[in-house]
Design a protein around this ligand. Sequence first.
Ligand code: FPP
Length: 230
Amino acid sequence: MDGNGRWATARHLPRVAGHSRGVDAVRHAIEACGRRGVQYLTLFAFSSENWTRPQDEVSTLMRLFVNALEKEVDKLNESGVRLRVVGEMNAFDAGLQALIVDAQRRTAANDRLNLTVCASYGGRWDITQAVRALLREDPTLGAHPERIDEKLLASHLALAFAPEPDLLIRTGGERRVSNFLLWQLAYSELYFSDLLWPDFDATALDAALAWFATRERRFGRTSAQVALAG
Ligand code: FPP
């Protein structure tokens, strides 16, 4: 969800005003995905590296996060949305951690749309925590590394509950992955939009989905093999 700061700066507003509009765009994206039958929507809200931003911007983002959890969970519940937050939870203050735990518990029975907010998250963090979790669970693995395979490692990733993404959308004109879902993006289709995140609306989402529908997904096979498999 890139481009909030530039959206605000272009209007001579403080960057944090862009983040506020970014939350509105999040709401619209959730509604639009719900209506289109998307089952998993994963949002990159705050990276491991975003902690290095100016203190007032970090505080504003945390306040927006708290507000959203306090105000939006009832609506998520009514819409059948299950919320999960993935990332280094210990980095958040105790109040925010408690809100996250509560929101996850309250929405746990929903299954219309699985909404995951990645916050204090990095793909490298996730792979590292998965290796640690593996070894904590079975300390003998260190002496038998051949027992570690991709399936075992993947099952310890923080996003193990979700399928790998079909489509990654990055807004804001940059063409990079920026430490998002490094493991899971191996075969995702990558879509880059020049729109700034607050301007990314249902029409823009439909353009991304239409582009996705034109892609041939080969997963390492040849075109002829894909055609044969139907
Ligand atoms: C990137 O734009 C955006 C962020 C670092 C924050 C995204 C957060 C939200 C949309 C709000 C919080 C989310 C939830 C789910 C409550 P940028 O600041 O890097 O923009 P720039 O590249 O224009 O500077």
